[in-house]
Design a protein around this ligand. Sequence first.
Ligand code: UD1
Length: 364
Amino acid sequence: AVVDIIAGARPNFMKVAPIIHALKKRQAGGGHLRHRLVHTGQHYDARMSGDFFTQLGIPEPDVNLEAGSGTQAEQTAAIMVRYEKLLLEAPASLCLVVGDVTSTMACAIAAQKLKIPVAHVEAGIRSGDWAMPEEINRMVTDAITNWFFTTSEQANENLRRAGIEEQRIFFVGNTMIDTLLANMDRLRPPPFRDELNLSPGGYFVVTLHRPSNVDASASFERLLKAIGKGARGMPVVFPVHPRTAKTLEAVPGLPPSIRFVEPQPYLEFNWLVKNAKAVITDSGGITEETTVMGVPCMTLRDTTERPETVTTGTNEILGTDPAALSEALERLFAGRWKKGGIPEKWDGRTGERIVAALEGLLPA
Ligand code: UD1
C-alpha cells in the first residue's frame, strides 16, 4: 500500500516530518507501508519551505505540484487539478493530509472523489470562526475524511458530536510536538542575537499574519504601538510573514523597539520562542509550542481552535483590542502569568502511533 503524504505550506512541514521518520523506521524493520511525499508548492521559497525540509531532515518530495500563490479559489483549484492528474497517473492507497491549510482541503477533495480514502492528522479542531479560511478548510476536510487522527479530547468530542463513529477516531497526540521535542537540543540562536541584545527572558517574539490583524494598516499600527510600549524597552523580534510585509510598508510610525526580520528557519525560530519573555501571536501552532516550552503566550484573536493551550497551557486569548494587550503585558511584568501544563499525549510519540494505526487500516 502506498500512502500519499501531503505537505503544502509552512505549518505542514513540522507535522509531516515525524510521520515520515516513523514510516521509514518501520520500512527499515520490514513494515509493509510505502509512501510518496507530495509537496503542493503552496509555499515555495527557501524561507517558507526549503529551510524546513533541510533542518527537519525531510527527504526531497517525490512530487512537487508547483501550485504557487493565488486567491483562495485559485490555489484550491490549481492544487486539485494537479493532484487529481497525479492520482490518475499513479494512484495511492490513502491520502494523508495534515493541519488546515488550503493544500489540506484541496488534496482531500481530489482524493476522495477518486474513491481514495483520506486520513486527516489534526482532525476535529474548530474555532467556530468562518471568517478564517483555515476553519473552512478544517470543516470541508473533516466532512470527507475516513480516519481522524486527533490532538485533544475536545477534538474527539467535536467529531463525535458531528456523528463520527468511535472506530474512525484515533486520539494520537500532536505531531508538531513530536518535532519540537525531537529538536529541542538542536535549537540555535539566530545570527542577530547579539546585535539585537537578546538575553534569556529579556525580549519578546511577535508573529502576526492573519488578515484581521494585518490587512488594515491603521489597526495594525495601533497593535504595534501597544506592543512597543508594553514591552517596556525590551527588544521585540518580529519575523515577518510575506503577507504581513506588504502591509508593513504602509504603516507610517513603526516603534523603534520592534525589529522586523525575515521569516526564521525552524531551529532559530523555536530558539527565539524558548528564550523569550513572552510570545505575542495570531498563529495557532505557535500556541502549542509555547505551551510545551512553558513560555507565556498572548493570542491576538477572538477565538482559538486549540482551547487546551488556554485551559492547560500558557496561552490566553486576548482579542484584537490593543487595550487588552496592554493589560496582559502589565500582568506579565507583575509576575502574574499562569505556569501551565502539557496536554495529554503530547509526548513525542504521535508519529509512531499514527503509523501503527495506518498499518492496521491498510493491511499488506
Ligand atoms: C498559509 C495558511 C495558514 C498558515 C500560513 C503560515 C492557508 C489558507 N493558510 O497562509 O494557515 O498559518 O500559511 O505560513 O492555507 N508567499 C511567498 N513565499 C512563499 C509562500 C507564500 O512569498 O513561499 C506569499 C504569497 O505569494 C502570498 C502570501 O505569501 O502573497 C500568502 O501566502 P499563501 O499561501 O496565500 O497563504 P498564507 O497567508 O501564507
